[in-house]
Design a protein around this ligand. Structure first.
Ligand code: BGC
Length: 357
């Protein structure tokens, strides 16, 4: 029998500027449910079954749009134009220098203070043969947050009956610019953020190398081997097993807050990047991406002051796995490039597959 896929939309309040925003609810035939608002393209809820089929919400978020407008560490948001850091917010293209918004110490982070995560996107629900979803659109003006060129961005969230949530990104520009889009959901597969830190979750990352960083979390030197370091997640490891060891890179990140160089026989291939597992509930997240890198951030800046959906977001209560290009790529000729030119189409996708064992 055909399992039913369903999508509905409802009001999600209005921004402080009075712009009404919506909340879309996608549901599949297994009861998996994903809620997305067109404010910041944010995933607000993500309900997935455990090994007994019991659903729980495994992502950090809030019940209304207002808290998302405040000082929030990118809960569930679409990030752009550039996910991660650019040193001093400076770069040049074709010999012309640009200065971006500086919003993280001396550096630019996640598109700037008014990046895509703070914008109201156009949104439309769709139903196709094998998936339901939301198509989001945003036009970023020439000069926004310091970036050159008018950028047209389209992102689709797609849910199917295999418990797969796919995020498909496209962008075009009228001047050479930078693009490095990502999704910033926090995951806690136990579904109980206030009780359970993610230190007991098991993580595997398909990467032989990572990029060490300076004190401002900008990569220094080239990628290095993870072998023999606490950054070795080639075999599944409890996140907490080595997070407390005395290691200069862990001190700089205050835990894990680094970019892994994904093993890719073919660049751009949609391939497994990471597997996250909660032994208690049995929930598993497999993340596939076309991107060359994965930022793994262990929620080191969460401190229990943010609350939402009846939960408290405590220290290390959630982790981010952000598929993206490497930090500071615009200033690194040795990293895969992030420049988009007129006439080209930026296209990437990532897939989040949930299961339980
Ligand atoms: C960054 C962290 C930052 C966090 C949220 C992550 O992607 O790597 O350094 O604190 O986003 O604020």
């Amino acid at each position: 029998m055909m399992k039913t896929l369903h999508i509905s939309e409802a009001p999600f309040g209005a921004t402080q500027a009075g712009v009404p925003v919506k909340l879309f609810t996608m549901e599949n035939g297994n009861g998996m449910k994903v809620k997305v608002t067109n404010y910041g393209g944010i995933i607000t809820e993500l309900h997935v079954p455990d090994r007994d089929g019991k659903l729980a919400d495994v992502t950090h978020g809030f019940d209304s749009v207002t808290p998302y407008e405040g000082d929030v560490p990118y809960f569930g948001a679409l990030i752009g134009r550039y996910g991660n850091r650019i040193a001093n917010g400076r770069f040049s293209i074709d010999g012309k220098e640009y200065q971006l918004d500086v919003n993280n110490g001396a550096n630019h982070l996640h598109g700037g203070a008014q990046g895509f995560h703070k914008q109201v996107w156009k949104a439309k629900a769709f139903t196709r043969a094998d998936e339901v979803g939301v198509a989001l659109q945003y036009t970023s003006a020439d000069g926004e947050m310091g970036y050159p060129g008018k950028l047209q961005v389209e992102v689709e969230y797609q849910l199917n009956n295999a418990n797969e949530l796919k995020v498909v990104y496209r962008a075009t520009t009228d001047k050479a610019t930078l693009v490095n889009l990502t999704q910033h959901a926090y995951f806690n597969l136990s579904g109980v953020a206030e009780k359970d830190s993610i230190l007991g979750h098991q993580l595997q990352i398909c990467a032989d190398r990572y990029t060490p960083v300076d004190a401002g979390l900008i990569p220094v030197g080239g990628p290095v081997a993870v072998a023999g370091t606490p950054f070795d997640f080639r075999k599944s490891q409890a996140i907490g097993s080595r997070i407390g060891v005395d290691d200069e890179q862990l001190r700089r990140g205050l835990g894990y807050d680094h970019n892994w160089v994904l093993n890719k026989p073919v660049p751009g291939l949609l391939a497994l990047a990471a597997t996250l597992r909660d032994p208690a509930s049995g929930r598993v997240l497999e993340l596939y991406t076309r991107e060359p890198g994965l930022q793994f951030y262990s929620g080191n800046f969460l401190d229990g002051t943010l609350k939402g959906k009846g939960r408290t977001y405590a220290y290390r209560s959630g982790i981010c796995l952000e598929p993206q290009h490497f930090p500071d790529s615009p200033n690194r000729a040795d990293f895969p490039p992030t420049v988009l030119r007129p006439g080209e189409t930026y296209a990437t996708e990532s897939l989040y597959r949930f299961s339980a064992a």
